[in-house]
Design a protein around this ligand. Structure first.
Ligand code: PXP
Length: 247
């Protein structure tokens, strides 16, 4: 069964809209785990626009396994990660003006900095994934950099508007997953996945983990976190065929 990491950044975004104490991402993580989440994913951005250092510290206490921290290679953040020790770090590119992570990390252009960061994180026992586009040269370099895993950016797949393009994007992801697996990399995927488009992704070879945020939190606002996570687990399951999810 493929693991589901629930990204709870949006819960912190609502809290930060009023700089108050609610809703608390720590509570959201607890409910997501009750709903069947296999892990909790948070992105500690350099500008702290949603998740705060306090969230990371408390979540390390309350999430027993599968705490996945998305972050850049910024010195201050790397030092904090080495201190708090999430189970996994996923290195992502970060631009201040972006609404969300817009593309994969260029692990060729930034190989020196990424190699140093991986060494530091792995040195304190943190497993490292690299968030990249499914491009052969990027996959090859991820293996050379000795990352444990890659997370493919599924944004182009999620944004495909024609059947032809959808199939093309799936082929690219499939090809990339095969290459990564052959190189000994574990395969994760995420970005733009939702209740309707997740199924073809779970059918791709070698996929072990999906990280999904926006779709789950959007549904959680209306039906509650436990139900929203259960629904996603159901949508990911092989037994689920309908495109309509009923409660
Ligand atoms: N994986 C990574 C590396 C991300 O940066 C994000 C967005 O924070 C996600 C997965 C989740 O994307 P979405 O919110 O579109 O499900």
């Amino acid at each position: 069964m493929i693991r589901l990491g629930v990204n709870i950044d949006h819960v912190a975004t609502i809290r930060q809209a009023r700089r108050t104490y609610e809703p608390d991402p720590v509570q959201a993580a607890g409910l997501a785990m009750l709903g069947g989440a296999d892990g909790i994913t948070i992105h500690l951005r350099e500008d702290r626009r949603h998740i705060q250092d306090r969230d990371l510290r408390i979540l390390r206490e309350t999430v027993p396994f599968g705490l996945n921290l998305e972050m850049s290679c910024a010195e201050e953040i790397v030092a904090l990660a080495c201190q708090i020790k999430p189970d996994q770090v996923t290195l992502v590119p970060e631009k201040r003006e972006e609404l969300t992570t817009e593309g994969g990390l260029d692990v060729i252009a930034h190989q020196g900095m990424i190699a140093d960061t991986i060494k530091r994180l792995q040195g304190v026992g943190i497993s490292v994934a690299l968030f990249i586009d499914p491009v052969p040269k990027q996959i090859e370099m991820s293996s050379k950099l000795r990352a444990r895993a890659i997370e493919f950016h599924t944004g182009h797949y999620a944004e495909a508007r024609t059947e032809i393009n959808l199939q093309q994007q799936l082929e690219i992801l499939k090809f990339g997953a095969e290459q990564a697996h052959q190189l000994g990399l574990h395969v994760h995927m995420g970005h733009g996945l939702n209740y309707l488009n997740v199924k073809p992704i779970v059918r791709l070879p070698h996929v072990e983990e999906l990280n999904i945020g926006h779709a789950i939190i959007s549904r959680a606002v209306l039906v509650g976190m436990v139900q929203a996570v259960k629904d996603m687990k159901m949508a990911m399951s092989e037994h689920f065929t309908s495109r309509i999810i009923s409660h």
